[in-house]
Design a protein around this ligand. Structure first.
Ligand code: SF4
Length: 233
């Protein structure tokens, strides 16, 4: 079995609740969405990178293992476009895994959810232009969250806010998640101000108010991208 992988590298997780954790990142090729803030546009190309077998990928991962390794990040692009390969890999090789998904493919997710330990699910906003059918996308993200919670995966969701994001938007999204995910108390929402961060320096009140509004419904954290500050991948 083989699939297309853009790159495999060791770095520090720069987003979400596992920020600061040392990981080996496996970046799969291709994505089914087209977010306007995408910071890995090269990985959206389904033909990016090289074809690798399970054994070759394990060899690449092995060479990057360090004593501080926390987990293997399965990222992209959208890793769930490679569900069959990922299922075989995680069944065969015993690590802790973080799945970083856009949440749009719940049926594929259900095939591997019981095998992973951590999951980061993106919540896309209408202004991200990720998909022409935002309602359908949000419905799928909710379904993905429910699958992960049912499987007892340590899960958080992440929403990128843009300069154009209105103050009430994330609060409304958080209230919908709280309504539609029965165990929403187990989920944290990471609000990630879009990079570059210079825009936010004089807009702290916007971050505070956004966090306050969402915090009525969910456990909320505000965490910017850290890897760009450290100038690592
Ligand atoms: S889901 Fe992720 S990889 Fe795909 S376009 Fe959006 S930000 Fe980029």
């Amino acid at each position: 079995m083989e699939t297309r992988v853009c790159e495999v590298f060791s770095s520090i997780q720069g987003e979400g609740k596992l920020v600061g954790r040392r990981q080996v990142f496996v970046r799969f090729a291709g994505c089914n969405l087209c977010c306007n803030y995408c910071d890995t546009p090269q990985s959206r190309d389904p033909l990016a990178g090289d074809m690798v077998t399970l054994k070759q990928l394990m060899g690449m991962v092995n060479e990057l293992i360090t004593p501080d390794l926390h987990s293997i990040s399965l990222t992209g692009g959208e890793p769930l476009l490679h569900t069959k390969f990922i299922r075989s890999f995680v069944e065969k090789y015993d690590f802790n895994y973080l799945l970083e998904t856009n949440g749009s493919l719940p049926r594929k997710l259900s095939r591997i959810a019981s095998l992973i330990q951590y999951a980061s699910v993106d919540i896309k906003l209408p202004e991200h232009d990720a998909s022409p059918q935002w309602d359908d996308l949000f419905h799928n993200e909710i379904e993905s969250l429910n699958i992960l919670i049912d499987e007892k995966v340590n899960t958080y969701c992440k929403v990128v806010i843009l300069p154009s994001t209105k103050l009430d938007t994330v609060g409304l999204i958080a209230s919908k998640i709280a309504q539609e995910v029965p165990n929403a108390s187990k989920i944290s929402l990471v609000i990630q101000p879009v990079s570059p961060l210079k825009y936010w320096v004089n807009k702290k009140h916007k971050l505070f108010r956004t966090s306050e509004k969402a915090g009525k419904y969910l456990d909320v954290l505000v965490i910017p991208q850290v890897h760009s500050l450290l100038k690592v991948k």
